[in-house]
Ligand binder design. Structure first.
Ligand code: PMP
Length: 354
């Protein structure tokens, strides 16, 4: 391998996007569901796996999974593209519509992988700024989109890591302004009061990306999908690797949708816990931002963020350390966990800040 230099060497990609997987008792750093999937789902999946023809390649078009997702969202199966996590969906999207000579727009701070995957695909990234309170600045959106004319505009709603969801009026306005495709990343969409999915239609330049990793309690299964115009989905299908979605995952994704009521009950539980966590943070010496997701961004007022992070780890509590990220100086992000985990986090944080 001597002398072989990765092609991304000049792209400022650093070490990629990873959260350290430290061994702790309370893990609240990667926005997963704190609950394992329902037992009945695991049993049904076990049974389904036993009958899968594992010696054969999977259904390349993921017909049953896409049909089930289409039914869930009231769209056609030809408007659904599934991938190995929504990150892979974004990668296929950017390798299809991005690339040298193409541009995307993001509004920072937002989900780092939009810009990161764009750069990996040699797509130019233009960055717009949010208001100081992290809400979207529509004047800035207008300026950036009219100057850069990006092929793809990204929104993340609710926005990771700041937590706020965009309103229907805001998304409609950005859709109007975007010269190319608008992608709304709804990885945390189930926690938000509305979804841009209702705006998706053939002939509308909008794609909505979702994941099984959060509310469906299936982060380990690596499954995500996009809902968008059928011609766009057709292009993505052609760019994805053959048989990229294995048969086990297809079965898991389809079966999970039969447990929607359980998933919605978990969302309700976590939304209640989010309110409790926000109230707990409000009583401490931190600034915390309102969240429509399953995490809360906060900044210790009188203490260094990285130090607080370290002292939480010493108490076996792991949160996301955003303190060195641009525009998020001193900030930490905590995932909403179980009642016990949230209590343990709040108690540890109170101790660290006392
Ligand atoms: N989009 C957003 C906004 C996220 O926060 C994440 C997970 N961190 C993803 C996409 C990727 O999720 P996955 O690849 O697990 O579907």
């Amino acid at each position: 391998m001597g002398g072989l230099i990765p092609a991304s060497d000049d792209q400022g990609l650093g070490e990629g996007y990873h959260s350290p997987q430290v061994s702790v008792q309370v893990r609240l750093n990667t926005n997963e569901s704190p609950y394992p999937p329902p037992r009945a789902f695991v049993d049904a999946l076990t049974e389904a796996v036993a009958t899968l023809p594992l010696h054969r390649y999977p259904d390349r078009r993921a017909t049953a999974l896409r049909a089930a997702l289409a039914e869930l969202h009231g769209v056609g199966p030809d408007q659904v593209f599934a991938g190995n996590g929504s990150n892979e969906v974004l990668q296929v999207l950017l390798s299809t519509y991005g690339g040298p000579g193409r541009t995307i727009a993001v509004f920072e701070p937002t989900y780092a992988l939009h810009a990161h995957i764009a750069r990996l695909t040699r797509t130019k990234v233009v960055v717009g700024e949010r208001h100081p309170d992290f809400t979207l600045d529509l004047g800035e959106v207008k300026r950036v989109l009219s100057e850069a004319r990006p092929e793809i505009t990204f929104l993340c709603s609710p926005n990771n890591p700041t937590g706020g969801a965009e309103s229907a009026a805001t998304v409609a306005e950005v859709l109007d302004l975007a010269p190319g495709l608008l992608v709304v990343d709804e990885a945390y969409g189930q926690f938000a009061p509305w979804s841009a999915l209702q705006l998706v239609a053939d002939g509308v330049g909008l794609a909505v990306v979702r994941t099984y990793s959060k509310t469906w309690s299936m982060a380990a299964a690596r499954l995500g999908y996009l809902v968008g115009p059928a011609p766009l989905v057709c292009e993505l299908e052609q760019r994805a690797l053959p048989y990229h979605l294995d048969a086990l995952k297809q079965a898991a994704g389809r079966l999970a949708l039969e447990y929607r009521a359980e998933m919605e009950a978990r969302v309700a539980l976590l939304t209640d816990e989010r309110a409790r966590l926000a109230a707990g943070l409000a009583a401490l010496a931190v600034e915390a931002w309102p969240s429509d997701a399953n995490f809360i961004l906060f900044r210790p007022l009188a203490r260094d963020g990285a130090e607080v992070w370290r002292e939480l780890v010493e108490r076996s509590v792991l949160v996301r350390n955003c303190s060195s990220w641009a525009r998020l100086e001193g900030c930490l992000r905590v995932t909403v966990g179980t009642r016990e985990e949230n209590d343990a986090f709040l108690a540890a944080l109170a101790e660290v800040l006392s």
